[in-house]
Design a protein around this ligand. Structure first.
Ligand code: P6P
Length: 333
């Protein structure tokens, strides 16, 4: 008898009571992300067959070369969120400024804002490596019935009401948390249904995988160099294994399942690190903490950082709690 897995739709309904003061809006918001992810997945999975991979010759707010699928994914998520009249504002890696959902789209009276990286790791698309969407959801802080303002987006990560990622890999998964643990849903593309394949995901306190771009070694802070040497010395249960895909969602997803640490530190080339605080570090940090892991900038909890700019970057150490703690020890030594 084939095991019957709960669908994402059933899971949302069964856990509706988890969403404090929610009138079903957050459920509808998660559902709209589910729908947009299916649409993006369809294009990602056939990217090699249509003229939709490669660069469009423009760059995003961070000066990074925009891939066609980046722009496509951004458009799909923005349109789906606006059309379903669920959010009052959207911020995206692909847009210089935030989007105010206007009153004709019901925007002013909605209470949630979404921040997202619509297709992270997109430079991997042309070489058929897994990529992902990362999203972060907050309750607005400005008065309902008015246009959203920048302060609605510049909230510390500890104020997130939900966060998640979609990984477009050998299978497509939606992994998210609303503050009550982390659950992973695998898409059955034949029928377009997500099934609860990874209930209550947790990361082990210790792991043996470290994920970092060692090509930047000479530019790393001394504390990171010391930590890497600690991982590589022949002692106790070391050396560890180095695994780095160059796609944040893929590296993080593997490390949650197998244990490990992902590090994108500051460097002389990236004085504030490379990853963006609001729509990469914060959502992944919420998931990591909900999975019993840890996420810091090498010194302080990522979720406690008070943002000052929409696209600001932060150094990022996340994964198995004892590994992050060890790395922090070297950073402070
Ligand atoms: P590097 C992708 O561009 C990304 O934002 C993350 O997904 C990934 O972990 C990192 O950058 C890779 O950066 O400098 O090692 O190529």
């Amino acid at each position: 008898m084939e095991q019957s897995f709960q669908t994402l739709g059933e899971f949302i309904i069964d856990n509706q009571s988890d969403f404090q003061y929610s009138t079903g809006e957050l459920s509808r918001l998660i559902n709209s992300i589910r729908l947009a992810a299916k649409t993006v997945n369809y294009q990602v999975n056939k990217a090699g067959l249509v003229d939709i991979t490669g660069s469009i010759g423009s760059s995003n707010t961070s000066g990074e070369d925009q891939q066609k699928l980046d722009v496509y994914a951004n458009d799909v998520f923005i349109k789906t969120l606006i059309d379903r009249q669920i959010v009052c504002g959207i911020a995206s890696e692909e847009n210089d400024d935030f989007i105010c959902v206007n009153s004709s789209d019901g925007g002013y009276n909605n209470k949630y804002v979404v921040l997202m990286d619509p297709l992270d790791g997109s430079s991997n698309i042309d070489v058929n490596v897994s990529v992902g969407t990362i999203f972060s959801i907050y309750r607005r802080v400005s008065p309902p019935g008015t246009p959203v303002v920048l302060e609605d987006f510049l909230q510390p990560g500890n104020q997130q009401v939900a966060a998640g990622y979609i990984i477009y890999g050998t299978s497509t998964m939606l992994v998210y948390t609303t503050g009550h643990g982390v659950n992973g849903f695998t898409l059955n593309p034949a029928i377009g249904t997500y099934y609860l394949s990874h209930p209550q995901m947790t990361i082990s306190e210790d792991g043996r995988i470290y994920s970092i771009n060692e090509g930047n070694y000479v530019h790393f802070p001394i504390g990171v160099k010391k930590y890497l040497k600690f991982c590589q010395e022949e002692k106790d249960d070391r050396p560890y294994t180095s695994r780095y895909i160059g796609s944040l969602v893929s590296d993080v997803h593997r490390n949650i399942i197998k244990g490990g640490i992902y590090i994108y530190p500051t460097s002389s080339k990236a004085p504030n690190g490379k990853l963006r605080l609001l729509y990469e570090c914060n959502p992944i940090a919420m998931i990591m903490e909900q999975a019993n892991g840890k996420a810091s900038d090498g010194y302080q909890r990522i979720l406690d950082i008070v943002p000052t700019e929409l696209h600001q970057r932060a150094p990022f150490f996340c994964g198995s709690s004892n590994m992050v703690r060890k790395a922090e020890e070297f950073m402070s030594s």
